[in-house]
Design a protein around this ligand. Structure first.
Ligand code: BG6
Length: 791
């Protein structure tokens, strides 16, 4: 008995000692303490953090800061703090006490000059010394516009870093740049003041309870989901954020960003990565989660203009004119609505459409990630007898309901015919209003769970910052990967006129969209009264494909999308004819960026293409290993080969890498390729050769003044390019000219000058190798987009 008592006392004493030892102080500095975000969410989040943590061995001080002078700032901050609320289950007297203590710990200070920051540091140190506290760390929350970041960061770095052993965490709010380039610039600037582990970039969607539950849910239900979470079972994934509000009052921000930058690039992309990532063994390992997220970015298929539809609510331009004092003639092209079709090219998700959609002034406010499963069951029993839990013929879906909508709260819904999910005790089974239907089924058809206690996203994230949980934040790599994915689409949409919509319920079906063959389009034609769109530029579809002559040969010209689709159709028709006549089709393809869209088009929209009978050859190659991203073969592989079924023995990469050397003359790679062509291609006459034209008049890897390849007997040659990598392997002009058909694809403004020049010159391959392309008995066709041709 005595022994037991002693043990109990020792444990209690140890507990006390530990608690004392752990009594550590945290200073939280909220920059922008009187601003909107602070008023709406951050002070409340800090109060919640205080309530959660103060009893657990930490002491706090809260410094509200802004540029405003002390007296006025104090008053504004006091206003912001007036509306703090306590959890529902806290007694009012206790609540008043806690609030009082919190207010005592919260002080306003002006932070404007370098001296202000030095004074802040001194005050924190003095306070620690005076109270005999050990410093745990400092959190600086930047609730300020990004243009202010650099100054603040410099001041913190030079005078407000805590002493050794204590941590510094700086919290940043979006926007983190406007495109890949500006994001990179901002990241570099911040990186010169802070370590990566010190930065917490907020995406408040990662603090939404249903979003924060995606990985734990996948983890806790591994057994059921393991076999279902893949392309064989998932029909599609929808990641949606609809809003009823519009951008009024925020147009100065919104006009610069638009819905894709404001919502899709960050919130919806983050949700996408959580749904799609390979599940780490340990979902609490921030390092593993972040690594797996990056892998998703690497597998995202590049977006094309046709991957998206965009819209704009009708009164938007008027709001911009009013708020930004623009002239009456001003029409904005900024999208306030966008839907994008995303594909993930990996084994798990290949072929599964991920739809990302968001918009302002829509008919309801709701957010969710919906995973719709395929239904391959046929039920013989009459529909009358189908029971939700058993019938495999009812819809099968899993929904992370982020909030709002008819349900009105965050939730996780799992169709009863899928599996009974397991959720942590902080989630409870929920009941909705009777008769409620969601996603085509009555609520009773789902296992439905909601959080026991609803928490605001910022308060969740503040707790994660406090606990150093980096997996809920955006790392620099993550940020740049996301911008890297979105920037090309944003550029390609820059001049696209969005479809106008009236807003709210009146939108009707105007914004409904469909997708097929890798493209997404509005289901309905643009109604008459909304035409013309706000943009001055004519739409591609306003133009017909133009047929004419260029250098005495047929010319096909159109806007790039039409041009690519015409070329793809022509190649398919040639392939089908060749296979019908000769049993095979020999196609030689160029590398570079122009044919990428063509490869994607062939890969996604040409089901009749006789790939099984097609031989693929390279027109030219860079002297780099075939796995190098610079390699033409690598581009072909990424954009075409991995999506179609060409027998591997029909694929003929150029042998630039032999004996562990690149393009060494002694290895005779060019001769080997020539022999392979002679052996397999009748008369060494390709059915179709696809060429490009460089701004200097080069074609294939035959450059002006090239000593080889412009004439003579050799079929394949080594050449030198003026740009890196310099060494190249190329088909020679004599070989190209033996082809039955040669197509030259020329796209983009950069080609205007050379296009105009080459139209005037004669046969001068030494100066302009492209002028030497004249098939002996085959046909030459030029495919030029309007950007290149309408000079
Ligand atoms: C913000 C966007 O990030 O998210 C706003 O800038 C948008 O345009 C908001 O309204 C939506 O957040 P929530 O939490 O209301 O869904």
């Amino acid at each position: 008995m005595w022994k037991m008592l002693i043990v109990v006392m020792c444990v209690a004493l140890l507990g006390c000692l530990q608690a004392q030892e752990l009594q550590e102080h945290v200073s939280i500095i909220l920059l922008g303490a009187t601003g909107d975000l602070a008023k709406k969410y951050l002070w409340q989040g800090l109060f919640q953090l205080y309530l959660d943590e103060v009893g657990r061995g930490h002491s706090f001080s809260f410094h509200g800061a802004a540029l405003t002078a002390p007296k006025q700032g104090q008053e504004l901050m006091a206003k912001a703090l007036e509306s703090l609320s306590c959890p529902k289950d806290m007694a009012p007297s206790h609540c008043a006490e806690e609030k009082d203590q919190f207010l005592q710990l919260s002080r306003y200070r002006q932070l404007k000059t370098a001296e202000d920051y030095q004074a802040l540091n001194k005050d924190i140190e003095a306070q620690l010394q005076h109270a005999g506290l050990r410093e745990a760390g400092r959190i600086f929350y930047f609730s300020v516009p990004p243009f202010a970041y650099a100054d603040i960061a410099r001041n913190i770095n030079s005078s407000c870093r805590p002493g050794p052993g204590a941590w510094l965490r700086v919290v940043l709010e979006k926007p983190f740049g406007h495109d890949h380039f500006s994001a990179q610039q901002l990241a570099t600037e911040l990186g010169s003041f802070f370590q990566e582990e010190e930065m917490y970039r907020v995406d408040h969607y990662l603090g939404k309870q249903a979003v924060a539950q995606i990985l734990p849910f996948r983890d806790q239900n591994r057994k059921a989901l393991d076999s279902l979470w893949n392309r064989h079972h998932v029909e599609r994934v929808e990641i949606i954020m609809k809003e009823t509000v519009d951008a009024e009052g925020r147009t100065s921000f919104y006009e610069e960003y638009g819905v894709i930058r404001d919502v899709l690039q960050n919130h919806l992309t983050e949700v996408l990565t959580l749904v799609a990532m390979e599940l780490p063994l340990n979902v609490s390992s921030a390092e593993a989660v972040l690594r797996h997220k990056l892998q998703v970015f690497q597998a995202l298929r590049g977006l094309q203009r046709g991957s998206a539809v965009v819209g704009q609510y009708q009164s938007y331009s008027e709001q911009v004119r009013r708020e930004l004092q623009k002239p009456d003639s001003f029409h904005s092209l900024t999208p306030t609505f966008a839907a994008v079709l995303v594909h993930i090219d990996n084994l798990r998700w290949e072929g599964v459409p991920f739809i990302l959609m968001s918009g302002k002034a829509l008919d309801e406010r709701v957010g969710y990630a919906r995973i719709l499963f395929k239904n391959q069951a046929c039920c013989v029993q009459s529909e009358k007898h189908w029971a939700a839990a058993q019938s495999q013929c009812l819809p099968r879906q899993l929904i992370f309901h982020i909030g709002h909508g008819d349900l009105g709260s965050p939730a996780v819904l799992v169709s009863r015919n899928l599996f009974r999910p397991s959720l942590p005790s902080s989630w409870k089974e929920m009941e909705g209003p009777p008769g409620l239907r969601l996603f085509g089924s009555p609520l009773s058809d789902y296992y439905a769970y909601s959080p026991v206690q609803e928490r605001d996203a910022h308060s969740v994230l503040l707790s994660h910052i406090f606990h150093g949980r980096k997996d809920s934040f955006i790392t620099t790599e993550n940020l740049l990967a996301s911008w890297g994915f979105w920037t090309p689409l944003l550029e390609s949409l820059a001049h696209k006129a969005p479809r106008l919509y009236p807003g709210g319920a009146e939108n009707g079906r105007l914004l409904d969209f469909e997708f097929s063959s890798g493209r997404l389009f509005f289901s309905q034609q643009q109604p008459e009264q909304l035409v013309p769109g706000p943009g001055p530029a004519p739409m591609p579809s306003d133009f017909q494909v133009l047929r004419a002559k260029y250098r005495e040969s047929p010319l096909v010209s159109a806007w790039s999308e039409e041009l690519i689709s015409k070329l793809a159709n022509d190649i398919e028709a040639t392939a089908v004819r060749a296979v019908r006549r000769f049993g095979q089709f020999h196609l030689a393809l160029s590398g570079g960026s122009s044919p990428v869209a063509l490869f994607q088009q062939l890969a996604t929209a040409h089901y009749g293409f006789p790939w099984a009978h097609t031989h693929l050859w390279l027109v030219d190659e860079r002297c780099v290993p075939l796995s190098d991203p610079e390699s033409n073969f690598q581009g072909l592989q990424a954009h075409l080969l991995q999506h179609v079924r060409v027998p591997y023995y029909n694929i003929h990469p150029m042998p630039v890498h032999l004996q562990q050397r690149l393009c060494a003359e002694e290895d005779q790679g060019a001769q080997i390729y020539a022999r392979e062509i002679s052996a397999l291609v009748a008369n060494s006459s390709f059915d179709l050769v696809l060429l490009g034209m460089g701004a200097d008049g080069h074609t294939a890897s035959l450059f002006p003044q090239s000593p080889t390849g412009l004439d003579g007997e050799q079929l394949v040659v080594l050449t030198t390019s003026p740009s890196q990598p310099h060494r190249r392997m190329s088909l020679s002009l004599p070989l190209i000219n033996r082809a039955k058909k040669v197509a030259v694809l020329v796209m983009g403004r950069m080609k205007r000058e050379i296009t105009a020049l080459v139209s005037r010159v004669g046969y001068e391959p030494k100066k302009w190798p492209i002028s030497g392309v004249l098939p002996h008995s085959g046909q030459l066709v030029w495919y030029m987009d309007y950007d290149a041709f309408l000079a």
